[in-house]
Design a binder for this molecule. Structure first.
Ligand code: 5GP
Length: 134
């Protein structure tokens, strides 16, 4: 069954499309965090960015790099957050690869995550585990 984003690509359901090429589409998020919040989506379906092919991801990032500064300018923003949720635990709700471009303004209230304060030893152990597995 096609994802909701594939239905947007095939024009089965409407969206406010801001960019499209052969491989990629970008449209406004239906529930934006800030005005101009855009989803950049490969036309080839995969559950998330880690499972899309490297070629697809490269092109996706090219498009993000091209349109994010334009979105920031068009919305008269001060910057943007570029993010991708991977898996339900991260808050992913649509399992078709996508990157969020969220325009940001000073004082918009979308403060970051609460952060831990680990010891140097804890950081070393975590880094070691990751290095061993890469
Ligand atoms: P996720 O939670 O998977 O990282 O992001 C999915 C995003 O897709 C959400 O921010 C949600 O608002 C958006 N979304 C879900 N359904 C639709 C839809 O039908 N149209 C549009 N334009 N955005 C959608």
């Amino acid at each position: 069954m096609p994802s909701i984003f594939s239905k947007i690509i095939s024009r089965e359901i409407p969206a406010h499309i801001v960019y499209e090429d052969e491989n990629t589409i970008a449209f406004l998020d239906i529930n934006p965090v800030n005005p101009g919040h855009t989803l950049v989506v490969p036309k080839e379906e995969a559950p998330n960015i880690l499972e899309s092919s490297p070629e697809v991801v490269r092109h996706l990032l090219d498009v993000v790099q091209k349109i994010a500064p334009v979105i920031v300018r068009a919305t008269e923003s001060d910057g943007c957050t570029i993010t991708a949720n991977i898996g339900e635990a991260s808050g992913q709700s649509v399992f078709h690869t996508h990157i969020h471009i969220i325009p940001r303004k000073y004082g918009d209230g979308h403060i970051g995550w609460s952060q831990l304060n680990p010891s140097s030893n804890e950081l070393s152990q975590t880094a070691q585990k990751i290095k061993e597995m890469i």
